[in-house]
Design a protein around this ligand. Structure first.
Ligand code: FAD
Length: 496
């Protein structure tokens, strides 16, 4: 009597492959579409999803429900306490509604793939067709190979191939058709499904009322907010992107990662819309900022391709297995100083405090803080990876794991381990006026001039202000940290 689209990390109506195919088939069969969204607190727990992200998803589901209702498509909402019961829950819903076809969009992490495999078999045994489709990546994983037929582990040649592939497979960037209105009478027949209520977040993922309000203002949810943000960026900022993207105070990036992560915006939509405002109408050539921005969105695909080919990166293993036995320091004191933004390195502290307050961090700062944790503090990079995923509103396994691997030199296409960021030089280069530092580290607000980058070394008034306001001394000395890092990495590589 209906076709199901099961919404997961694709909380949108527009440009949604699975939903579009479900609607197409429903039309052919002369039946309607039912949307299903299933909240699984155990999955949120297991994948360390941040409360900010859970809240963002719940807000987006509310908007999705309203958008679908305008098409007379109901969104049925379920909560499964035990995640292993999810396949049977979906089966019983399909049977209850007389459904023979279920669509969804494919996710690539091992837990999700195993679940989808189980679903495929279970549905087949019950004469139901379960179809997970490619949607999450612009180019499906596995499509791009090196000259020797292998998966790329280096971004630049992969990216050239990615662009070429998209120029010759133009269908991959086409907008998926919007579903049409469900047939007359459908709404009446499935009336009770339109009354579904979006649940509250489970207790462990609850925000305080103050946080809820703060994050709703900072991060408006749903696909309309996503498109609005993207359009504004493409109209006002993309031209300057390449020149300004590394400066945290410039507010010059798109801030759509939260939407890519929840699927309120497809990466495909982003790339297509950017291409369409390029003077060449292509992914390359034309306006530098657009080209540059598209190549950043491509990083998201790159890390997903890597994850699909080397799924052990999902299992707490470094991509470079010869880096498995570096002996990390396990200092709770240093870890806590890092998380709280009290390391005595102003740019690191400002960045960590911005994360704690906004659930987001600028990309340059993610690189600086990640490098600082792994190389200056010699803490296991996985501690930092975990802290990020449990606090980011745009937390995304592949991008986060990829970013941590890159910054700690244990990952795919890494910074060589002997290149250790100097936090002060990074600070002078990318926050030259100290604007970002002063915004997030009030103890240093009254420090004038360049002293703000390293107040105790600057001495004089800068040090006096820092001391008076209780700003901490550096928890580790830069030169010592650099030497220790080089030695420890060198000794650890390849050690059994
Ligand atoms: P823009 O500069 O406007 O870029 C556009 C889009 O491209 C982003 O929305 C994002 O989807 C994608 N993108 C940009 N840079 C990268 C990148 N390096 N890797 C993958 N995708 C990228 N991104 C996440 O979405 N989730 C994470 O959990 C995450 N963790 C990270 C951890 C570390 C240590 C590092 C170094 C990077 C991480 N990133 C992560 C990548 C990047 O920092 C964010 O995607 C970016 O800051 C988001 O801001 P924006 O939307 O304004 O980006």
């Amino acid at each position: 009597d209906a076709v199901i689209h099961w919404f997961k990390r694709d909380l949108r109506v527009r440009d949604n492959t699975g939903l579009s195919e479900a609607a197409k088939l429903a039309k052919e069969k002369g039946v309607g579409v039912i949307g299903v969204w299933i909240m699984s607190p155990q999955d949120w727990e297991a994948h360390l999803v941040s409360p900010a992200k859970c809240d963002f998803e719940l807000r987006s589901v509310e908007i999705l429900k309203q958008d679908l209702a305008e098409l007379d498509i109901p969104l049925h909402i379920e909560v499964v306490e035990k995640r292993k019961t999810l396949p049977n829950k979906l089966l019983s819903l399909a049977q209850e509604w007389g459904v023979k076809n279920i669509f969804c969009n494919l996710e690539f992490e091992p837990d999700e793939l195993r679940r989808e495999e189980k679903l495929t078999r279970l549905m087949l045994e019950n004469d139901i067709k379960f179809e997970p489709l490619h949607d999450d990546c612009v180019v499906p994983p596995g499509s791009l190979k090196t000259g020797g037929g292998k998966q790329y582990a280096v971004y630049s040649p992969w990216y050239r191939n990615w662009v070429g592939y998209l120029h010759s497979h133009t269908d991959l960037l086409l907008e998926r058709p919007m579903p049409q209105k469900n047939p007359p009478g459908f709404r009446n027949k499935f009336k009770q499904l339109f009354d579904a209520k979006v649940p509250e977040a489970p207790e462990s993922k609850c925000l305080t009322a103050e946080e809820k309000e703060r994050f709703s203002k900072l991060w408006p949810a749903g696909e309309h907010a996503a498109i609005e943000r993207l359009e504004r960026f493409l109209t006002e900022k993309v031209g300057q992107y390449q020149a300004t993207r590394n400066f945290p105070s410039a507010n010059s990036t798109a801030c759509v990662s939260v939407h890519h992560a929840a699927g309120t915006l497809a990466a495909r939509t982003s790339v297509r819309m950017a291409r369409d405002v390029n003077s060449t109408k292509k992914l390359d050539g034309g306006i530098e900022g657009i080209r540059g921005w598209i190549s950043e969105v491509a990083w998201r695909d790159f890390y997903r391709h890597v994850l699909c080919h080397w799924p052990y990166v999902c299992m707490n293993k470094p991509f470079k297995y010869e880096y498995t036995n570096i002996s990390w320091e396990y200092s709770p004191r240093n870890f806590s100083a890092w998380t709280q933004g009290r390391t005595g390195y102003p740019i690191v502290d400002a960045a960590m405090r911005s994360l704690n307050s906004t659930a987001y961090m600028h990309n340059r700062l993610r690189m600086i803080t990640a490098s600082f944790l792994a190389k200056h503090l010699l803490l296991d990079w996985r501690l930092g990876e975990q802290y990020f995923i449990t606090h980011l509103i745009d937390g995304d396994f592949a991008s986060n794991n990829g970013g941590w691997g890159f910054s700690s030199s244990t990952g795919v296409d890494p910074q060589p381990y002997f290149r250790v960021f100097n936090p002060w030089l990074q600070s002078e280069k990318f926050d030259a006026e100290g604007e970002f530092i002063r915004k997030w580290v009030p103890e240093l607000r009254d420090v004038e001039g360049v002293g703000v980058h390293n107040p105790y070394a600057a001495g004089g008034k800068a040090a006096e202000v820092a001391r008076r306001n209780g700003y901490p001394e550096t928890i580790v000395e830069h030169k010592f940290a650099r030497e220790r890092c080089l030695q420890r990495y060198k000794a650890g590589i390849g050690r059994d």
